[in-house]
Design a protein around this ligand. Structure first.
Ligand code: URA
Length: 266
């Protein structure tokens, strides 16, 4: 015997026909579409009070307009607006991260599709290589690039002068005096003589280069290998790909954590 599927509730049947009744997609459907699990799992997220819409804890049955409502899971914004793109690009040397260049140098946005128009999140020097995000998601870009609560970034640095002595590594770790102030503590290791792995949270202009200059080991080659939770050893210079949903979620969660820390410490 085949089971009869229950009819949807009457108000839902009406809602489908009427512009006067609630419009938009059900929240659990939107969350499921964005990789938070099955609709059932997403209903549980809502029931547990972990989902907010426009800052207010959402109730089961809530409908959302993905164009205008701001949705968060555990405080992390969900990139639900259609049309948003997030590219991870491996920038080669010689390419500038501004959207135009008066010297006619190649620009980073020319490495990705022309539509929709995107911009770089933060900057890398023209002679720096490695990972950079391009997006049209202004909210996320502002948060990720913000020096006070942006995510940490990891660099592989080949320096001049061979092996760096322990006391100089300690200076990099503790903070070095630059003309715009002492740098915040950094994570620094030397995987091989003359090659440093440096993780910083700040994003001052030419920061890693100036830090290495300050300890007497100018940078020969600088490659950014990680942005918060995002890394990719397979992306070749000049190549790009879209962030996966998991990466986007991890990035927004990392940013949300930093924003919470920032707000708490103020
Ligand atoms: N630090 C630098 O010195 N340059 C970069 O491009 C990024 C970090």
């Amino acid at each position: 015997m085949t089971e009869r599927r229950p009819e949807p509730p009457l108000w839902e049947q009406l809602a489908a026909k009427s512009k006067l009744l609630p419009q938009g997609d059900r929240l659990q459907k939107v969350l499921a579409r964005h990789g938070f699990g099955s609709r059932r799992v997403c209903e549980d997220l809502i029931a547990e009070g972990r989902v907010r819409v426009n800052g207010v804890v959402a109730e089961l049955g809530r409908r959302v307009d993905v164009d205008t409502d701001r949705i968060e899971v555990d405080g992390a914004p969900v990139g639900v607006r259609p049309g948003l793109v997030h590219y991870l690009v491996n920038k080669p040397t010689g390419v500038v991260t501004t959207s135009s260049d008066t010297h006619g140098r190649p620009i980073i946005v020319d490495l990705v599709p022309p539509e929709p128009r995107v911009f770089a999140v933060g900057r890398l020097d023209v002679d720096t290589e490695g990972l950079i995000l391009l997006t049209n998601d202004g909210d996320l870009a502002n948060l990720v690039a913000h020096p006070s609560h942006g995510v940490d970034k990891e660099y592989l640095v080949e320096v001049e002068g061979g092996e760096v002595a322990g006391n100089r590594l300690a200076r990099l770790r503790d903070g070095v005096e630059l003309e715009d102030g002492v740098t915040a503590p950094a994570k620094v290791s030397q995987p091989e003589p003359g090659v440093l792995r440096i993780t910083i949270h700040e994003g001052r202009n030419r920061q890693v280069r100036r830090m290495c200059d300050a300890i007497g080991h100018p940078v020969r080659r600088l490659v950014r290998v990680r942005i918060g939770p995002i890394s990719d050893r397979t992306l070749r210079p000049g190549q790009w790909r879209e962030l996966t949903l998991d990466e986007l979620r991890a990035l927004t969660e990392a940013v949300a954590t930093e924003v919470r820390k920032y707000d708490r410490d103020r």
